[in-house]
Design a protein around this ligand. Structure first.
Ligand code: KG4
Ligand code: ZN
Length: 364
């Protein structure tokens, strides 16, 4: 089953062609980062307008790269939420129009489910040679192909760490998602972005801080790790951001101090995520852990979580780096396993955007 997937929840316009929930044949992402650098963050109206400009060329490119015509596409998948309303509308309305015009079923997908299923991407898209794709697979923590329901090791514990969300999710099967812990205030990625701003780094702060942190001492400043002594899986990152802003204000920000702050801040976030993951594992006994969301692109987090879970003998499936930040491949991967939720005309017209959608069972 070949799915054309569309993702426009925030400031990326993305389309992908994904086959049988595992093979990414094309993955086109048009990012608005340059436009949002001017304002130091996403302005929703600007994001929505840029989505409209990019959506059709991005879809055409995804089909072209996958060498697929409309006859090769069995269904269309689209992110319905959570995200920015104006951005989501562009993807959802385009997907509805295409589903109607091309007579294809439509699978609405939760963005957060996409971040989790990105962990199951089996191969890079067809632009790579077979050898390159195999090397890539070998470097992934778990590269087994998953063609059937029985190839999955449910229950999984998912950790989603993105710009808008930081959540622990128990996943007993393809249709149930139970949030068992989340941030009480800022998301982990949001904290990276805010601290990036405090340090005078370009938007988004996450990749910039991780680069800068390589030159700093993670033990230089003992930043707070909130809620670790509490007997729950909730987290908080706003106090950490405040601690960084105090640190930035106290002394002259030399290049060395900047790197030390970046490294120490990153260490505090990673420490919190790793220790809370271990607490979640001990409580819920998953068969494996999934790490997804933009912050999953962070090399130090990937390494730290892998080391910690190896000691616990729990496999970690990390999203391949290229599918960590927002993309449509992850939506196509999730959609395949939720294909029983596909809508056909006239029901496709009832699909709306859900900006504050929680990650819950699609039938809930
Ligand atoms: O998943 P995503 O693309 O969008 C949302 O759904 O929010 O995540 C974007 C977030 C941003 O906050 C960005 O700073 C963060 O992911 N991010 C990183 C890294 N790359 C992206 N955070 C830490 N380290 C990175 N290497
Ligand atoms: Zn995202």
């Amino acid at each position: 089953m070949r799915i054309l997937a569309i993702e426009t929840s925030c400031d990326e316009t993305a389309a992908a062609v994904v086959t049988n929930g595992q093979t990414v044949e094309s993955n086109v992402v048009s990012t608005q980062i340059e436009a949002h650098r001017i304002t130091g963050g996403v302005v929703p109206e600007v994001a929505a307008r840029l989505q409209m400009e990019a959506i059709i060329p991005v879809i055409e490119q995804a089909l072209k790269e996958a060498k697929a015509g409309w006859d090769d596409i069995d269904a269309i998948a689209v992110t319905f939420g959570p995200g920015l309303a104006g951005s989501l509308i562009v993807g959802v309305e385009t997907a509805k129009a295409l589903a109607f015009a091309k007579q294809k079923p439509l699978i609405p997908v939760n963005h957060l489910a996409g971040h989790l299923y990105a962990c199951f991407a089996a191969a890079r898209h067809s632009g790579r040679s077979g050898a390159e794709a195999r090397n890539h697979q070998a470097s992934a923590t778990d590269s087994r192909l998953r063609g059937n329901d029985s190839d999955f090791d449910f229950p999984y514990l998912g950790l989603i760490a993105s710009g808008g969300h930081t959540e622990f999710v128990m996943i007993p099967n393809h249709h149930e998602f139970e949030i068992v812990g989340s941030t009480r205030d800022d998301a982990a990625g949001e904290a990276f972005d805010k601290v990036g701003k405090l340090l005078g780094l370009p938007y988004p702060g996450g990749p910039e801080i991780s680069k800068l942190a390589k030159r700093g001492d993670p033990k230089a400043i003992d930043f707070p790790r909130a809620m670790l002594d509490q007997d729950n899986l909730d987290m908080s990152f706003s106090g950490l951001k405040t601690a960084v802003s105090r640190e930035v204000a106290t002394k002259k920000l030399t290049a060395k101090r900047k790197a030390d702050i970046a490294a120490s801040f990153q260490a505090a976030v990673i420490d919190t995520l790793v220790r809370k993951t271990l607490a979640a594992v001990r409580l819920y006994h998953p068969n494996a852990v999934l790490l997804g969301g933009g912050v999953a692109a962070n090399e130090s987090l990937r390494r730290a979580l892998n080391t910690a879970l190896t000691k616990e003998k729990i496999p970690l499936l990390v999203t391949p780096k290229e599918y960590a930040t927002d993309n449509a491949a992850m939506i196509g991967l999730a959609a395949y396993w939720q294909r029983d939720q596909a809508l056909t005309e006239p029901d496709v017209f009832s699909v709306g955007v859900w900006p504050r959608a929680a990650l819950a069972s699609p039938t809930a």
